[in-house]
Ligand binder design. Structure first.
Ligand code: GDP
Length: 195
């Protein structure tokens, strides 16, 4: 699959602001600075669809992108940014919960982790949460250019183990810098849409 058309359809902090359901949705989650905006730009072949920020933790909204007039990519707010207040992180939790628990048409949440690091406690918590809602199964390991191919395989195993991924679960290394891995991810998205 190739993405030829992408447009921001809605920016939401509460469910009343979500676009109409009934369109299949694939959401993306991960800690701030993991490379989510860069990946979304790569997937959509747009330079600036999602913002790439040098200062993480700014996006606290759920952004809905309409893709190829066929489905939506949903950019969930990043977590794990150290400098947010308790009330901010509670707001984040409530926002995630309201979207993940009830969203009609939500097919899968693709979780992003940095290929260089062992997943954090929050990454593990997020993946457990996705498992609970049957939304788990695809993990993207970002910034694959930052490690050697030898280290890459080792780290992928470590990520699998730490997140408690099953054998059927997929982990896809991508590099927004080298523009690699995104085709594999797009194929997986296509499969989800066909089912
Ligand atoms: P977000 O906060 O998850 O949306 O992350 P961003 O896309 O804004 O990226 C955070 C930082 O990581 C930026 O400085 C990006 O340039 C950098 N980055 C993102 N993807 C890659 C990648 O594939 N390789 C490298 N080397 N850096 C990346």
């Amino acid at each position: 699959m190739q993405i030829n058309k992408s447009e921001l359809e809605a920016v939401a902090v509460k469910s009343a602001q979500y676009p109409e359901s009934g369109v299949p949705e694939i959401a993306f989650a991960g800690r701030s600075n993991v490379g989510k905006s860069s990946l979304l730009n790569l997937l959509t072949r747009r330079k600036n669809l999602a913002r790439v920020s040098g200062s993480p933790g700014k996006t606290r909204t759920i952004n809905f992108y309409r893709i190829n007039d066929e489905f939506r990519i949903v950019d969930l707010p990043g977590y794990g940014y150290a400098r947010v207040s308790k009330s901010e992180s509670e707001k984040w939790g409530a926002m995630m919960e309201s979207y993940l628990e009830n969203r009609e048409g939500l097919l899968k949440v693709i979780q992003l982790v940095d290929i260089r690091h062992k997943p954090s406690a929050q990454d593990v918590q997020m993946y457990d949460y996705l498992k609970y809602f049957n939304l788990d199964g695809i993990v993207v390991a970002t910034k694959a250019d930052k490690v050697s191919s030898n280290q890459r395989s080792k780290n992928i195993l470590e990520i699998r183990k730490t997140l408690g991924m099953s054998n059927a679960d997929k982990i896809i290394p991508v590099s927004a810098l080298k523009k690699s891995g995104h085709e594999v991810l797009l194929d997986e998205i296509e499969k989800l849409l066909e089912n």
